[in-house]
Design a protein around this ligand. Structure first.
Ligand SMILES: *Cc1c(COP(=O)(O)O)cnc(C)c1O
Length: 354
């Protein structure tokens, strides 16, 4: 097996109260680190106390954005077991992102083993209040000290973990989303399907415009015709039209969400028609106008499901399902969180108990 050295902290931190958690504010006591050196490959997997990293100011990550990341969660089940949801899929996707960003592939087995050992070491950091979880952030950065534009010769792969609060403290509140018509997030052939920081940096402007208008997120259209629906930027998007659930097909510029894939599988298993295909914003507006737009929801690891209560495109303000969560959205939310917290049998084989 893998030889992962562990150095435990002598100075454990105090854990925040469940109601103070929020998202991404606190970090557990340890982190996993793996180095890459050109000519040697990935080496020295280790678990060490959570700490700052020291890099030369000329490190390539600071200049040309060569980095990738992942996001997943560990949960405490109703039987008090620690559980991971489809972590193998995250490391598979990390390697697809690596390929696009010219970062050498990691050993997915090693990464998973490192993650499991890290979660075991920081087991007490998985909060157990309803709806809470331990958010896990694996990422890779280019660490070579060099201002030349070329793929870095050195990298660091790090996993950090952050206890996170319940996304829905007072029930599931539908969000208001603004369809962005000026800026684009990604184009075919670009980096839209890779989980890389640059996609987020370029999406901030749309987010800013949406917030200014009182919307919490941006729905992105395709970068070529500004016509076909892509995604929300940290969530994939689904529309229930006249009984059929439709989500944009993976076209090279959409991030292939693991929650998206899980939702499609759950819908199929329940016999609910689901289509992955191109869908134009005009089709959505038409469905709204003729009364067949029944539900809209975003999917992603953080919220699982975010029902959309209002969608605004140009001058059209569409209020969906009276601004309330729909039946199918609720079923999907209950099924996925049930599997994640161990209250529903995992018929799909998605979970790993530690
Ligand atoms: C991570 C991410 C998602 C959601 O993916 P999940 O695997 O379901 O968490 C959707 N869109 C973008 C741009 C993302 O980065």
């Amino acid at each position: 097996m893998f030889d992962i050295k562990t150095e435990l902290t002598t100075n454990p931190k105090e854990k925040p109260a469940p109601e103070e958690l929020g998202f991404g504010h606190y970090f557990s006591d340890h982190m996993f680190v793996l180095d890459y050196t050109n000519g040697i490959g990935w080496h020295d997997p280790r678990i060490i106390p959570y700490q700052p990293i020291s890099l030369d100011p000329s490190s390539m990550i600071f200049h040309y954005g060569q980095s990738v990341f992942e996001g997943l969660k560990a949960y405490v089940t109703v039987d008090n077991e620690a559980l991971l949801f489809r972590p193998d899929q995250n490391f598979k996707r990390l390697n697809r992102s690596n390929e696009r960003l010219c970062i050498p592939a990691i050993d997915e087995e090693l990464a998973l083993e490192g993650l499991k050992q890290l979660v075991k070491v920081d087991r007490d950091w998985i909060p157990s209040a309803p709806g809470t979880s331990l958010y896990i952030r694996p990422f890779i950065i280019a660490t070579e000290s060099n201002l030349g534009v070329h793929p870095s010769n050195n990298y660091q792969f790090i996993i950090i973990m952050s206890p996170s609060g319940s996304y829905y403290k007072e029930g599931i509140n539908p969000v208001k989303i603004l369809v962005e018509e000026q800026f684009v997030r990604a184009v075919k052939g670009g980096t839209g399907e890779a989980k890389t920081g640059g996609n987020y940096a370029s999406a901030l402007k749309g987010q800013e415009i949406a917030s200014r208008e009182g919307y919490s997120q941006t729905l992105w259209l395709d970068g070529k015709e500004n016509k076909f629906v892509e995604e929300v930027g940290s969530m994939n998007i689904f529309f229930k039209i006249n009984g059929t659930v439709v989500t944009p097909e993976l076209n090279g510029s959409i991030l292939p969400g693991i929650t998206r894939d899980s939702m499609i599988q759950v819908l199929k298993s329940k016999g609910i028609p689901v289509e992955e295909r191109r869908i134009s914003i005009d089709e959505v507006v038409d469905a709204y106008q003729n009364g067949t737009l029944e539900e809209v929801f975003g999917t992603g690891t953080a919220a699982v499901i975010s029902p959309v209560g209002e969608l605004k495109y140009l001058e059209d303000k569409m209020i969906i399902n009276k601004g309330e969560i729909g039946e199918v959205s609720q079923m999907l939310y209950d099924t996925l969180t049930g599997i994640q917290y161990g209250t529903i049998e995992d018929a799909f084989g998605w979970t790993i108990r530690l």
